[in-house]
Design a protein around this ligand. Sequence first.
Ligand code: TMO
Length: 315
Amino acid sequence: MKRVTTGLCAAALTAMGAAGTAQADSDEPILITMNNWTSQNVLAYVTGDLLAKLGYEVEYVPSDTQLQFQAIADGDMHFQVEVWEGSMLNAFEKAKATGGLVDMGDHDAVTREDWWVPAYMVEKCPGLPDWKALDRCAELFATAETSPKGRFVGPPADWGKHYSERIESLGMNFEEVPVGQAATLWAELQAAYDREEGVVLFNWTPNFIEAKFDGVFVEFPEYEAACLSDPAWGINKEMLYDCGAPASGWLKKAAWAGVEEDFPKAWELFGKMNFTNAQIAAAAAMVDVEGISPEEAAQKWIGENEAVWSAWLPK
Ligand code: TMO
């Protein structure tokens, strides 16, 4: 990906041009934010591969799902390809308000992130997917560690979900046991699924899960913005978080405001990039089902979807 600057003869430059590598508008690397779930990693590498086609140098910077937005606003990172409403709204809005971070538009994808049960649990616990039914069946979800409370297998801490508060706010007979990384969520699901044992875990869509496991999201009190800001809203008059996440959430892109001037071709690309639910689910499946690396998955996606991405490149 290294841009060739000096000491290169004209013939070689022409050859590069013929191979489709354009001249970039900056020598500085573009810093792409990397998070800790699969589709984001694949889409980040797709972004990097497309930037390379425009002649840019690219670096990938690992970041925390909540703290990344202020880092983007400060120009310490330049682009995030997956901003999820259900887990990042507040941190995103706060950074946007400083003026340093720009909303680069929505993907077509519609998202949901919430508690999720396999379909066989709906038969074992009448009334599911309603959360009150789940709560009545708490014992079916108990483990030695949580008994007599049910165990909720929660997300890594940096995903900003406030589930322990939700359990308290709704007075549920559950205990959150968070995982350290996404792979543990799927290992817990697979282990329970094979034996049709009780399990309720954090999940989201689009994801590879829908292609491999049959199940449903738990229906909590319907999301309204006030649930996250006004304790008086909802069932619990003294606490926030007494609601589910948006059932039809947005998925956005975010960039550092300085990209427009420093990397104008990249700015145009970021504005046009747009993934669907099916594309994102397939991106995750290449890694989590087929077992190839996120880098390879990105290259495969680029190879198979030229008609899609070529429309995003600046003319
Ligand atoms: C932000 N995530 C897709 C992991 O819920």
